[in-house]
Write a protein that binds this ligand. Structure first.
Ligand code: CIZ
Ligand code: SF4
Length: 319
């Protein structure tokens, strides 16, 4: 409608005036994703968001995602202004791993290499030796395992368990979980597979092991989108945030994407197949932060310079 069109035009104008680019996650709303694409920004996973923001010449990065993504952008780009539509947009994995408790845990296991998932605070990254994403975790842990290293892993216990089984590495796991992926249910998924025998099952490895066991493809959001595009199947059952369907439909139009079953339904389900924090990113708030300059991300030293080392290690490894 015209109110929305006016809002979008206003955002575009402000972005131009402020030399700003929009970096959005696949789990944000279609509105945000479309705007990012139309304005020369990117829609991607956290690894590509970090790379894109770093490579882009814009002076201001608007990160539409959750807090750790804004923090990573600032860690890699201290000279740029980083804004987020809503500073309350967090992540259950980040929240489950407070930096002081985590640091004490690391101190108890000095013989282990500390590997943390990207979904953590700047302070946790600063305590880590390596940062990994779901797309790089297996390769990096494999690399460390081959060197005979033992690993301390945080915060996602399901992703940690998956990486441990895949690589055979000795991994001590922090016990965090993603509220969205943890809710996918294996028994109901098995039934859904029987009802759709030709469907390929795509699963993000933040899901429980029994759900991962039913997958045809296990991978990061980018890897799952690639599978949707390249596999010959016409139907897909997808166990990850349903925000991803927007991109899947764009790259594989005509194919059918079904949401994998979750624990609850309707009102009983708090975060079924959609992240409540990702949903905090909206056009109205985006316009507001551009108008006001509020919601800027700041990272203090020495946290930033410590965190940049563990992130850079991953970027160099994955390059
Ligand atoms: O679940 C998330 O928050 C993901 C998949 C983040 C990422 O690495 O893109
Ligand atoms: Fe965190 Fe899960 Fe939301 Fe991703 S989907 S930001 S892992 S709570």
């Amino acid at each position: 409608d015209s109110v929305r069109a006016t809002l979008i035009a206003r955002i575009k104008q402000l972005m131009l005036q402020q030399n700003a680019v929009l970096v959005a996650h696949y789990y944000t709303s279609a509105d945000i994703q479309d705007l990012a694409e139309e304005t020369g920004g990117c829609v991607s996973d956290s690894l590509e968001m970090a790379r894109f923001g770093h490579a882009h010449a814009a002076r201001t990065l608007i990160v539409a995602g959750v807090k750790f993504m804004g923090e990573t952008a600032k860690i890699l780009n201290p000279e740029k202004r980083v804004l987020m539509p809503d500073l309350q947009a967090n992540c259950s994995l980040d929240l489950a791993c407070p930096a002081d408790e985590f640091s004490a845990f690391c101190d108890q296991h000095p013989e282990r290499v500390v590997v943390v998932y990207a979904n953590t605070s700047a302070a946790v990254k600063a305590r880590a030796d390596w940062v990994v994403t779901s797309g790089t975790a297996v390769k990096i842990v494999e690399h460390l395992h081959k060197q005979g290293k033992k690993i301390l892993w945080a915060p996602d216990k399901y992703l940690g368990d998956y990486v441990q089984k895949t690589t055979g590495a000795d991994m001590l796991l922090w016990q965090g979980a993603c509220v969205v992926h943890e809710a996918f249910k294996a028994e109901a998924l098995q039934k859904m597979k029987l009802a759709h025998p030709d469907a390929a099952v795509l699963v993000h490895p933040e899901s429980p092991a029994a759900v991962i066991a039913l997958a045809d493809v296990v991978g990061s959001t980018t890897q799952l989108i690639h599978a949707a595009q390249t596999l010959p199947n016409q139907t897909f059952i997808v166990a990850t945030d349903n925000g991803i369907f927007h991109k899947m439909q764009a790259v594989a139009s005509g194919k059918i994407f079904l949401e994998a079953p979750t624990a609850g339904t309707g009102a009983t389900c708090i975060s079924c197949a959609h992240c409540p924090w990702m949903a905090m990113n909206g056009l109205q708030k985006l316009a507001q932060v551009l108008e006001s300059g509020d919601n800027e991300i700041h990272i203090t030293e020495p946290v930033r310079s410590r965190a940049v080392r563990s992130i850079q290690r991953m970027l160099d490894f994955a390059a």
